[in-house]
Design a binder for this molecule. Sequence first.
Ligand code: SF4
Length: 343
Amino acid sequence: MAVIEKLAQLITDCGFDAFAVMPAVKVTKMGPILERAKAEDRYPRFVDDDIAKRINPSALHQNAKSVISLAVSYYTGDPGPRPPLHGTLSRSAWGVDYHTVLNERMDRLISGLKQSFGAQECAKAVDTSFLVDRALAIESGLGYPGSNCCVYVPPYGSWVFLGEVLVDVELPVTKGEAADNWAEPIECPACVQACPTNALLAPGVIRPERCLSYLTQKSGSFPLEFREKLGSRLWGCDTCQQACAQNRAARPSRHREFEPIVGPHVDLIYLLEMDNAQFKAQFGRTSIAWRGKNVLQRNACLVLGNEGRSEAVPVLTRTAENHPSPHVREAAQWALAKISQAD
Ligand code: SF4
């Protein structure tokens, strides 16, 4: 069996849906994109400031010769209608924490690379390293950039989790012209028009600090100007992915891990009454858990305020008076004021 076929078999056996291999060289196309974001004050404050490091696989693994860019799909169906007094979770948070799932699968892949491909030392990254997973996915030919700044991996659309394994052996590259994928047209405006906060300025241009996906995960006070735009989103935002025709035709995921554990809709009154132990029992296996209970309860108050139903008043009143977090208390007060305006 040819090396590439053997590698493909190993990667499939480890539970990945798609992969691409590139040499472990700098992703030059991403540098100007990030530099422009910096110059226009759109560079995310929550990532490493060192652009040269973020696009250089050798900064993570100095002996790396190849990068295997990997994708796992998570589209497990549509959420259905939201019941009253419930908040919506982004699809990426429905199931088991993808960091856990991908890390376990990458560990199996690294074992196989050492056993059968001569690798001595490997490194892995999924979302939490300084490397730009999206850049490696596009450069390697795994996917192409969408107008919504997500990576599209046919036939799974942008409903994919990305990661990469860096290997100290030369593996066959899977795409001859690495830059081809950067040249795909990204001119469709559907997601830009659908974005509720104008976080998407133009196809492929985002202001992350206006993005509800980021804001629902950020601790502290939720910015006033975006509270009504939040609508019923409890965690994350799928709007710009849902607006895309290609995503609506995406092949469903085969991975049961990403089917809903607590979502897709969460009972907000129950959520606001939860103690830490109940939160851990409900959300502990999901990617929401790392942020803790307060941020989710703050969001729950805002969603209840946006919904404007009087049934939420008792729990919001208790929250406004007794919650230990000042940000959750303030969000509950805001929600009570909104509901009283709606009466
Ligand atoms: Fe806009 Fe939501 Fe997409 Fe963020 S995730 S860019 S808020 S549509």
